[in-house]
Design a binder for this molecule. Structure first.
Ligand SMILES: [Zn+2]
Length: 184
């Protein structure tokens, strides 16, 4: 494995007693830190079923050299394995950034009950940002979407990663996140 990239953000440890949306999103946030340490674009995901985490993953596109290795896809595959069924009817996906077209499609095809995401992505997001797959009138599976949970925390970490990368590449800090940064 490549040398670990230090991450200035620390993992959060939410109380196990209150398993609300924020609890699960915090665990997804922690996956972003795992991604950062492996020099991956920091997006994290967890899947909840019956109050338990049955899958957790972070973006691994670089490490696996696989353009489909987004956090959501890896988590959905894990969750289907854990449940023993490709239908994730009673599961909720928590992801730190709005799913891209590929991952939005996967949330639909896996029949998730609900998707909760952090950073809204008006450029590439397909669950309310640029588009909303859930609005296709002719599909027979619709799910609940909760956008913007812990958006500020997730965005701060996400932007900091790109700022660091830019600094390493160019030797100077650039202006904040560009629209291109979001399309991961
Ligand atoms: Zn994706």
């Amino acid at each position: 494995m490549a040398q670990e990239l230090p991450c200035p953000f620390e993992k959060k440890f939410p109380s196990e007693l209150l398993r609300d949306d924020r609890y699960f999103m915090t665990l997804a946030y922690n996956e972003c830190i795992n991604a950062w340490r492996q020099d991956e674009v920091p997006v994290g995901a967890v899947i909840e079923y019956g109050g338990e985490v049955i899958a957790r993953a972070f973006n691994r596109v670089n490490g696996l050299k696989d353009p489909t290795a987004h956090a959501e896809i890896l988590a959905i595959t894990q969750a289907a394995g854990a449940v023993g069924d490709w239908r994730l009817n009673d599961c909720t996906l928590y992801v730190t950034k709005e799913p891209c077209p590929m991952c939005s499609g996967a949330t639909l095809m896996s029949r998730l009950q609900r998707v909760v995401y952090g950073i809204r992505d008006p450029k590439m997001g397909c669950l309310g940002g640029a588009n909303n797959l859930n609005d296709i009138p002719t599909i027979n599976h619709h799910f609940e979407i909760t956008p913007g949970l812990m958006e500020a925390e997730c965005l701060e970490l996400f932007q900091a990663y790109f700022k660091l990368k830019r600094l390493k590449e160019t030797g100077h800090e650039d202006v904040g996140t560009t629209a291109d940064d979001l399309s991961h």
